[in-house]
Design a protein around this ligand. Structure first.
Ligand SMILES: [Cu+2]
Length: 158
């Protein structure tokens, strides 16, 4: 019955993934997650996907997260072989566009962390969009080097 058990695990995981989708206006925010930070670290990074299903261009203009003094949206640019982060003050999402914030690219930067981001915990945050307004989300904290939000998916075999 290994297959049946595996199928159930996938179904459960699918339900969890669905629950981590938020919508506001024409925007859909999927799978917010963050990477765990080492003790004493004052910065951390979060990732998510924003889909614009509406008819108007919207912009992510700010936000906040509980364990951080403030958050910023950053993009990663490579200059002379060195990756550097730059702040994006208003991240534009055009109708039909899907913007993926992921490791190595754009991310939500948690600045002034008051406590480390612990694996398995959730980080409460609010994203502020020009048109859709404020959206409350929860970032699921994954391992420090996790490549994506479904990192745990591959460790369900017993
Ligand atoms: Cu950054």
């Amino acid at each position: 019955m290994r297959l049946a058990a595996c199928g159930a695990a996938v179904l459960l995981f699918g339900a969890a993934a669905l629950a981590e989708s938020y919508s506001a206006g024409g925007l859909q925010i999927g799978n917010p997650w963050a990477r765990a930070t080492p003790k004493g670290a004052t910065i951390g990074a979060g990732y998510l996907t924003i889909t614009n299903k509406g008819k108007d261009t919207d912009r992510l203009v700010g936000g906040s997260a509980e364990p951080a003094e403030r958050i910023e949206v950053h993009t990663t640019v490579v200059e002379k072989g060195v990756a550097k982060m730059r702040q994006v003050s208003a991240l534009e999402i055009k109708p039909g566009q899907i913007i993926e914030l992921k490791p190595g690219g754009m991310h939500v930067m948690f600045l002034g962390l008051k406590q480390p981001l612990q694996r398995g915990k959730k980080v409460k945050g609010t994203l502020v969009f020009e048109k859709a307004g404020s959206v409350d989300v929860e970032f699921t904290v994954q391992a420090a080097g996790a490549p994506g939000p479904a990192d745990n998916q591959h460790h369900h075999h017993h």
